[in-house]
Design a protein around this ligand. Sequence first.
Ligand code: PLP
Length: 286
Amino acid sequence: MSRIVYLNGDYVPEQDARISIFDRGFLFSDAVYEVTAVLNGKLLENEGHIARLVRSCRELKLSLPVTPAELDAIQRELIARNQLREGAVYLQLSRGTTGDREFDFPPAGTPPTLTLFTQARPVINNAKAINGIRVVTLEDIRWHRRDIKTVGLLAPCLAKEYAHAQGADDAFLVENGLITEGSACNAWIVTPAGTLVTRPLSNDILHGITRRSLLMLAETHAIPFEERAFSVEEAYAAREAFISSATTFIWPVIGIDGRTVGDGVPGPVTRALRAIYVDMALRATA
Ligand code: PLP
């Protein structure tokens, strides 16, 4: 069934949505995006995603053509029109175009391109959430503003491709021997002493909305945590590891570079934290 998508003020069947080949999102990756999970037909943690979008726009001097409240209404309208119960809403804002390929920013007042679409996928009962995934480590070759959620995602695509070629599900990206994050997720370990560890916020990683909530939930549930960088060797020796993102919530990592993490099955801290997050998510979208 064809989806109804949103393009610059209109709700249209996906095959009717047309964007200029000169759009700067297409030519230069001059665009930002957000992905908000949908559960029970409702948006999850959307305030955080919209706040991050506003920040990404500010960092790139991109103007948002609608207010956060209007954006939220567009997202909800798309969910309704597509009868989406579980999955995600993808949102992208590009700097538009003057109708040619020019590096210079277009003059003020040039309309940006705002597109949104829905994706149906299992979030709660996902086999990877239950069984875990295997990752491989790989040099992080991305640019130095990973805190801005831009559509310049070729490096993560290459990382996923590399992981799949190795028979793994995903990649942990490494810079100076330290893990930054996953190809499209934040990376976590549980130390042999039982402490959760994830890299602190900086320009080196995307400031995950799920990451932030997990830290708050860990605090509430008295699960000890540290925000600090960790090495590949520390990840090999970890008792547990997992990834977090809006559409995965938490997926256990049961293997890194062909080595078994902990007992080779999703660990108790990972499972408990996922259950806590799922509980919060179900309540928030009930
Ligand atoms: N890090 C990267 C590079 C990502 O692409 C994502 C999500 O797409 C995340 C982390 C997780 O962020 P969030 O929890 O807001 O989805």
